[in-house]
Design a protein around this ligand. Sequence first.
Ligand code: SF4
Length: 247
Amino acid sequence: MTVINPIEEAEALADKLSGLDLAGRLSFVAGLGGRVVFTTSLGIEDQVITAEIGTHRLPIDVVTLQTGRLFPETLALIDETESQYDIHIVRYEPEQADIDAYAAKYGMNGFYESVEARHACCGVRKLKPLARALAGATIWITGLRRGQSANRAETPFAEYDAERHLLKVNPLADWDIEKIKAFVADNSVPVNPMHARGYPSIGCEPCTRAIKPGEPERAGRWWWEQDEKRECGLHVAEEAASIVAQQ
Ligand code: SF4
């Protein structure tokens, strides 16, 4: 029996996807079988992927993490997107018991006080719901792009997520922001109005600010932290996978 190395499988998939356009990439992974899940934050990149899934009626589960701290504009965009593409975006929410336990230990807005407290909040409001959203999935599609930050500069089209035991596909890895904006304009894709107010990357309301001219796209996320590689934990598993690949 041939044992398929998942890292080699991811590399082969990445090679295949590199030669396709966005619709082709999404159609190809949707046709691989198993449960294919796209997690959207309703950011402009994710809206491009949702538009393609909806337009081509692809068998991909579209889900979002409704953290309970999102901007009203983001919540409105979920409804608008569902209506425009006649799709259902499944909301995954944190457990109230977890929120209560967090608030008792750190305070509801304790994430400003330490990196540990911030990671704990993201764990409760994002990572645990993400684990439920990806339960049983074989492929996880994201809107990661190489141009979003130095931390994402090496984003591949596909990689093995060793922590979650699935293939993670990043079909916009090679798209720059100008290509994203052109697609949105050409296809009348609904986007968050906050992008036009200086918010290229939008997460939870208390943890997102507008960026200044010349700042990196994700500079407004957890801006009070000094770590240049700050992330919410959703996409750090790729580092572990790549370390495995290098050994
Ligand atoms: S982004 Fe902020 S509010 Fe949202 S889960 Fe993380 S720490 Fe909590």
